[in-house]
Structures are given as structure tokens and as C-alpha cells.
Design a binder for this molecule. Structure first.
Ligand code: PFF
Ligand code: NA
Length: 457
């Protein structure tokens, strides 16, 4: 315990935490969710969710990791013996997510490459589902090996390579490069997008508030769901990362910085994505809402079907825009993949008393092999199904177990509160315990019931 790895600097930790938080959820999940949940009016439930659940839970996870100095199962087990399984639940979810996250990043690598000659042709949708996903190289093993194999291999080599260098020389160093680069690339994309014809219509579709949406409970559920996913909460990550913080660390302040940085990036992505969609509507001489209804504005469809279409139509040098967009997906994705993989690498190595290297080999190796399942013809369907269950049940339950256990079944939140208050100049008070002990459990419980009901109907 004494020679536990540590971050080299506060900035190093912050970049790593932001690297985990800023991911595909910011680029393709937030814009669509906000658009479908009241546009500009979504800012109210969204900020409410950020301040009453997102940042308070982030502070709690940072505190648990910092105080107990272990991976998620170990730290939670040190709070109380019976809590270790909650950590393993979260670690298992992280493991499953990593298997398909890696494949999406591999697709993005392929598409960054395709951008240079606009390989998707005139019909990117059928290129993606038809050619690309079934693309095999006839020369190898009778055409059984998908072309995405090489980029997938690259993704795992980078991820496991970074992890094998350790916390400071690996994770910290990689994020210190990835995140500033990502921000620069993304700002260039957004500037280009808002200067396209039709951008204003896209932005107005995105920002125009539908105030009636605030009365809709589903919109509130969507806001909390977005915040949890986007801040990588209840995935065992933030506990693991904060366990590498030095003793003297301003936990509360770090949580606010992570939360606001993630949200800023998210809103920036909303602007970029909708400016680009506005341009597409302009090109097709249609409206943004019509286009959104026809094509969808989020997820795999946005990235690999809608965006290629937009890229092809951009005047001037479309190739650079496409390359920057897919390169951003790769950087945002890799820094998140590194973080989820670290959770089980750390947990397994601590639990079974084996070296990091062995844990990377077994845990990471197994995930890499399993990720091949999604690189097959049925891959996209499998990915959708797994993603659906993980997001609707796995994560909401993990968050619910965690917050209820820590708030109600440990020695209460006061101990964590005073631990966080030892260093920080932002004082946690009753408001913090109320958010975690009352608001968050109610919201997560309600969210579970809603998701269950939707599943059964
Ligand atoms: N927080 C990341 C995002 O917003 O894209 C997503 C994410 C990363 C979720 C890592 C889960 C995870 F384990
Ligand atoms: Na995020």
C-alpha cells in the first residue's frame, strides 16, 4: 500500500479524469439527447442533474478512492466488508463496455483513413451496413477475417501498451497528449462547421427551447442518464483514478473542474454536430427536424452514416474535415477505453496479488479476444443489444447500489464529508449529503422502474 503508484501532478490527474469523462458520450450522445429533450430548455434539467447528482457523486467517488487507496472493489470493501461485490459489479460492466468500445474506435480509425479518398462513395449508409461491416479480406482464412482486425489490434496495442507503462508514465502521459490535442482538433472542426451554409438553422434547431418539455419526467430521466454516463460515474473508474491521488489533494475542487470541463466539451460538440446537420439540411433543401427524423442525429448512425455524407458535401477540402472528425472520435474513445481497462487491470491485480503486467495480459487479453465478436457480421446488432442492457440496467443499478450502500448502510456520509473538507476550500455541507442520500437514490430508483417498464411493454 505504501508504494502505490501516484499521479505526477494535479494536472495529470485532471487530464486523465477528463480523458475518461470526455468520450463518445459527449460527441454523439449529448447532442442527440439535448435535441430530443427540449433543445435549449434541456439546460435546466441538465444543470440540475449535474449539480445535484453528477458532481456530488463524483466528489463521493473521488473521496472513496482517495481515502481507501484501492481499486473499486478494494476501496468499497474497505468502507465495509460487504460492499466489495458492488465494486466487482462495476468492474464487470467496465469490462463488457471495453469489449465494444474498442471496436467503435477501430471503426473510427478505418473511417479516418477512408476520409482521404471519401471511400464511402455516394451512399454512406449502405456502405457502412453493407460493405464496411461485412468487409472481409478474401485472401485470409477463406474470407473470415474482417478488415477491421488490424485497427482493432492497434487499439488494443495502444491501450494495453499505455497501461503497461503504469499510472504516471503511461496513463498520465498519454492523456496529457490526447486531451489537449483533442480539444484543438475539435475547436477547428466546430469553427469550420459554424461557417458552413445552413449552420445557423442547425444551431437554432438545437438551441430553440421547448419549455413544455420541462414538465416531462422522461426529460429529467434523460438528463440524469446523460450526466451519469458522461461523467463515467458508477463505472469503477473514478474510484480507481482517485486512488492514485497524493494525500494532499483538493478532491472537491477536482470534481467541479472535471464536471465543468466535460459539460463544456459536450456543449461544444452539440454546436459542432448541429451546425453540420444544418449544413446537410441546407444541401438537401430540407429542414433540420425533417432530416433528424429521417436519419437520426446520434450514436453509430451519426458517426458512420450521417457524418460521412456531410463530409462528402463540404466544399473546399472535405477530406481534412472528415479526418479531423474521426481522429477526434479516436482520441476521445482511446482515453475512455484506457480508463475502463485500467479499472479491471487494477482490480484483478490487487485481488489476486499478481503483477500489473500479468493482469494486463489476462484481463486485457481476454477483452481483446472477446471484442472480436463485434467485428463479425452480426457485430452491430450484438453491440446494440449489449449497449442497451448495460446502459439501461447495469449502470443505473450500479449507481443505485453504490449510493445507497455508502449513504445508508455505511457509517453515513459525514465521514466522507469531513475527509473531503480536510483539504478543499469548497466546503461540503448538508446540501451534499441531501443530494446523495435522498435525491440521487430517488432519481436512480425511478429511472430503473421506468427502464423496466419500457422493457416489459
Ligand atoms: N464518459 C464517457 C463518455 O461520455 O463518452 C463514456 C464512458 C467511458 C462510459 C468509460 C463508460 C466508461 F467506462
Ligand atoms: Na462524457
Amino acid at each position: 500500500m505504501e508504494n502505490r503508484s501516484q499521479w505526477g501532478s494535479r494536472a495529470g490527474f485532471l487530464f486523465a479524469a477528463m480523458g475518461s469523462a470526455i468520450g463518445l458520450g459527449n460527441i454523439w450522445r449529448f447532442p442527440a439527447t439535448a435535441y430530443e429533450s427540449g433543445g435549449g430548455a434541456f439546460i435546466i434539467p441538465y444543470l440540475f442533474a449535474l449539480l445535484t447528482a453528477g458532481i456530488p457523486l463524483l466528489i463521493l467517488e473521488y473521496t472513496v478512492g482517495h481515502k481507501h487507496r484501492g481499486s473499486a472493489p478494494k476501496s468499497l470493501g474497505r468502507v465495509r466488508k460487504g460492499f466489495e461485490w458492488i465494486g466487482w459489479w462495476q468492474v464487470t460492466i467496465a469490462f463488457v463496455i471495453s469489449t465494444y468500445y474498442a471496436v467503435i474506435i477501430a471503426w473510427a480509425i478505418m473511417y479516418a483513413y477512408y476520409s482521404f479518398n471519401l471511400s464511402w462513395g455516394d451512399d454512406p449508409t449502405s456502405f457502412f451496413v453493407g460493405d464496411f461491416l461485412t468487409l472481409t479480406d478474401p485472401g485470409t482464412f477463406g474470407g473470415l477475417v474482417p478488415k477491421v482486425l488490424l485497427p482493432l489490434l492497434i487499439v488494443w496495442i495502444i491501450t494495453l501498451g499505455v497501461l503497461s507503462k503504469g499510472v504516471r508514465k503511461g496513463i498520465e502521459k498519454a492523456n496529457k497528449i490526447f486531451i489537449p490535442t483533442l480539444v484543438v482538433l475539435f475547436i477547428i472542426i466546430v469553427i469550420r462547421a459554424i461557417t458552413l451554409d445552413g449552420a445557423a438553422a442547425g444551431l437554432s434547431a438545437f438551441f430553440t427551447p421547448d419549455w413544455s418539455s420541462i414538465a416531462d419526467p422522461q426529460v429529467w430521466v434523460a438528463a440524469y442518464g446523460q450526466i451519469f454516463f458522461s461523467l463515467s460515474i458508477a463505472f469503477a473508474i473514478m474510484i480507481t483514478y482517485s486512488s492514485y491521488l497524493p494525500k494532499k489533494s483538493d478532491i472537491t475542487n477536482n470534481a467541479f473542474i472535471t464536471g465543468f470541463a466535460n459539460s463544456s466539451f459536450e456543449i461544444l460538440a452539440g454546436i459542432g454536430v448541429f451546425a453540420a446537420i444544418g449544413f446537410m439540411a441546407f444541401t438537401y433543401d430540407t429542414t433540420v427536424s425533417q432530416l433528424a427524423a429521417e436519419k437520426g442525429v446520434g450514436g453509430v448512425g451519426l458517426a458512420f452514416m450521417v457524418f460521412p455524407e456531410i463530409v462528402s458535401q463540404i466544399p473546399g477540402i472535405p477530406r481534412i474535415f472528415g479526418f479531423l472528425f474521426f481522429a477526434s472520435l479516436v482520441l476521445a474513445g482511446l482515453s475512455s477505453l484506457i480508463s475502463i481497462t485500467e479499472t479491471y487491470v487494477a482490480a484483478v491485480s490487487e485481488k489476486f496479488n499478481i503483477s500489473r503486467g500479468k493482469s494486463i495480459m489476462f484481463g486485457g487479453g481476454l477483452a481483446a479476444v472477446l471484442s472480436l465478436l463485434y467485428a463479425t457480421q452480426g457485430g452491430l446488432n450484438l453491440l446494440d443489444t449489449v449497449d442497451h442492457f448495460i446502459n439501461n440496467f447495469g449502470v443505473a443499478l450500479a449507481g443505485l447500489f453504490e449510493v445507497v450502500a455508502l449513504a445508508w448502510f455505511a457509517k453515513g456520509l459525514k465521514g466522507f464529508q469531513s475527509h473531503a473538507n480536510e483539504i478543499s476550500d469548497i466546503r461540503l455541507g448538508t446540501w451534499w449529503r441531501f443530494c446523495l442520500g435522498v435525491i440521487t437514490p430517488i432519481v436512480l430508483g425511478y429511472m430503473m422502474l421506468q427502464n423496466l417498464r419500457a422493457e416489459l411493454s
